[in-house]
Design a protein around this ligand. Structure first.
Ligand code: GDP
Length: 298
């Protein structure tokens, strides 16, 4: 989006806009390194990561005179290097149905992401079934049905307030009977009552395992890029609640650059399976480390 492209990244904020960047050369000294480190920290990349990247740049470039473009290239390559190992698409197994649990706080983009994934997997020839596991929010169930219709995928529901674990169990039976390749199970995301949610997720997992010891095969945590640093505590929380196997970060189409993904990569090393880049069904992209780094640094 042109509007997002106009938003300066980390270096844009340090050196001003493009014209100035072309001509000026700056010495890589303590002042510059400190400014870079500050910018990385305020971009949510995390203190440890910022310090390490700064140390690397110091080691390779201290005392050199660099143009802003050259500084940018150095930073982009450092950040790309950190992000490359976590840029991993969601693994697909021969297991049928492959059970994918979707977790995350309300509003993060779970419903939307499930719809987008259902559409992508369907296009790839997979038979997909969705289970509306947030049985306590009627609106969430309706929304998921809308997305199911869009993706042309059945959405299994249960009466409002009924046990999500029973729905998950029934959904597995149904998915198996239908010969589905993938069963995506939505879950509740009300963190206000953590012990309830923990209980609920644990029960879903327990019941799923009665059908298939190896399930759930993936547990995707959906994170909202606009919540910045908050993502760090959310990953910690959901790792306690469920065995998170991968991340999807939504809303990277706006002004949020998702710098926290760098801190997350450093701290948790969880694979980033995809990113949300809009509200439409096709707005789910693979995570591209270099493109991400350029947008963050630029
Ligand atoms: P849930 O409560 O976790 O299921 O969240 P929803 O899927 O209902 O999404 C919450 C809001 O975020 C909705 O208005 C979505 O349209 C919006 N949303 C989700 N993903 C994206 C994205 O990648 N980009 C943008 N711009 N909006 C998104």
């Amino acid at each position: 989006a042109p509007e997002a492209a106009e938003k300066p990244g980390l270096l844009g904020r340090m050196f001003g806009r493009r014209e100035a960047q072309k001509v000026v050369r700056r010495t890589v000294d303590d002042d510059m390194l400190e400014s870079l480190e500050d910018l990385m920290i305020t971009s949510d990349m995390g203190v440890d990561t910022a310090m390490r990247v700064t140390a690397n740049i110091s080691e390779s470039h201290y005392g050199k005179k660099l143009s802003v473009d050259e500084i940018k290239a150095v930073l982009v390559s450092e950040v790309t290097r950190i992000m490359e190992p976590v840029a991993v698409p969601m693994p697909l197994y021969s297991k049928r149905p492959q059970v994918v649990l979707i977790v995350g706080v309300n509003g993060a983009g779970k419903t939307t992401t499930i719809g987008k994934l259902a559409s992508q997997f369907t296009a790839a020839g997979k038979k997909v079934v969705i289970a509306a596991g947030d049985t306590f929010r009627a609106a969430a169930v309706e929304q998921l049905q809308v997305w199911g219709d869009r993706a042309g995928v059945p959405v299994l529901t249960a009466p409002e307030g009924s046990d999500p674990a029973s729905l998950a169990f029934d959904a597995m039976t149904q998915a198996e009977a239908d010969g589905a390749d993938l069963l995506m199970i939505d879950t509740a995301g009300r963190l206000q009552n953590r012990s309830d949610l923990m209980e609920e997720l644990a029960k879903i997992v327990r019941v799923i395992k009665k059908k298939d010891e190896s399930a759930p095969h993936n547990t995707l945590l959906v994170l909202d890029a606009t919540t910045g640093q908050n993502a760090l505590s959310q990953v910690g929380t959901f790792q306690d609640l469920a065995d998170v196997s991968g991340l999807v970060m939504t809303k990277l189409d706006g002004t949020a650059k998702g710098g926290v993904l760098v801190a997350l990569a450093d701290k948790f090393a969880l694979p980033i399976h995809a990113i949300g880049v809009g509200e439409q069904i096709d707005d789910l992209a693979p995570f591209d480390p270099e493109e991400f780094s350029r947008a963050l640094i630029g």
